[in-house]
Ligand binder design. Sequence first.
Ligand SMILES: NC(=O)c1ccc[n+]([C@@H]2O[C@H](COP(=O)([O-])OP(=O)(O)OC[C@H]3O[C@@H](n4cnc5c(N)ncnc54)[C@H](OP(=O)(O)O)[C@@H]3O)[C@@H](O)[C@H]2O)c1
Length: 311
Amino acid sequence: MREHSELRCRTISMNNGRSIPALGFGTLIPGLPDTLLATSTALEVGFRQFDCAERYRNEEAVGEAIQDALREGKVRREDLFIATKLWNNNHRPERVEPAFEASLDRLGLKYLDLYLIHTPFAFQPGDEQDPRDQNGNVLYDHDVTLLDTWKAMESLVDHGKCRAIGLSDIGLSELKPIYESARIKPAVVQVEAHPYLPETELLEFCKEKGVVFLAFAPLGHGMRPGPLEDPVVLGIAAQVGKTPAQVLLAWAVQRGTAVLTTPRTAARARENFDISALPEDALDEINRIQTRQRLNPVVTTGIPGFIPKGG
Ligand SMILES: NC(=O)c1ccc[n+]([C@@H]2O[C@H](COP(=O)([O-])OP(=O)(O)OC[C@H]3O[C@@H](n4cnc5c(N)ncnc54)[C@H](OP(=O)(O)O)[C@@H]3O)[C@@H](O)[C@H]2O)c1
C-alpha cells in the first residue's frame, strides 16, 4: 500500500499492477436525476473511485455525470477508477460479455477498471433481474457454476476492455476455491464491512493474497441504531473533532481496506471525502467493539436488501 499524507488520497495496489483509490463513491441511488446529481457532486468534491452495477438500473446517469466531467476537463479518464457488476441473471458464460458490453455502453466508457460478479448466486438466465415462481420464490439457475462464470470474466480481461475482475457478496469458503482455480486471480472482493462486521478472517486472507478488500456499508447503511451511533465512535469523533461518518471511513481506510460510501447531498459528500488519520489508540478502541451485526442479507440469498424499487 502506498502511503499518502492525506488519507482521502490513499491508493491500494492491485494484483494487476494498477491501483485503486481507497475512498470510493457508491452509486446505489434511487432515480436517475438523483444519481446524476450525486455522482456529479462526488466528482466535484474529489471522489475518483466509482462503484456501479447493472442491477442499480442507473448506469446511464452515472455515465452522464462522468462524461460531463470529462468533457468539461474537470477530470481525465485515467484518473478515474470505474467499476460495475454482473447481475445474477447473467451468470451463464455466453451472457457475460453481452452484459459487460451493455454496462460499458450505458456508462459511455471504452474500458472498465474493474468488473465484479455481483453475487455468487446464479438466477434463471434471461432479461428478468428478479425471476420468481408463482409463489414468489426466487428462481435459481443450478446449471452454471461460479467457476464457469469466472472463466467468462477472465476472457473479458484477455480481450482488453476490462482491467481487473473480482467478486462481491462472497464468503471466505466460497472465495478460496475460486482463488485456487482462477487463471486470473480476483483483484478485488467487495463485501459488507464496518466495526459491527469487521470480516477479519476474510481481510487477512485478502491481504496475504494481494486481493483488495472493498468494504460496502462502512456507515452501516446509515441505519440507526448502528455504527454511526456507537458510543465508541461518538466518543472518538468528539475527541478528534470529526464526525462519526468521518471516523468510520478513516478506520476502514487505515485498516487497509478500500471503501464505498454513498453521500447524496453536497454537504455529506464533502464531509465523507474530508477524512483524516485517526490515532492508533482510536483504531484499537474501534477494533475492540464487541457488537456484531450483518445488515445486508444479500450474501445469504443473492437477493439484494437495498435496491431502489422500479428504477
Ligand atoms: N455488493 C453489494 O451487494 C452492495 C450492497 C450495498 C451497497 N453496495 C455498494 O456500496 C455503496 C455504499 O452504500 P452503503 O449503503 O453501503 O453506504 P453507506 O455510506 O454505509 O450508507 C449510506 C447511508 O448513510 C447515510 N449517510 C451518508 N453519509 C452520511 C453522513 N456523513 N452522516 C450520516 N449519514 C450519512 C446516507 O443517508 P442519505 O441517503 O440520507 O444521505 C445513507 O442512508 C453503494 O452505493 C453500492 O455502490 C454494494
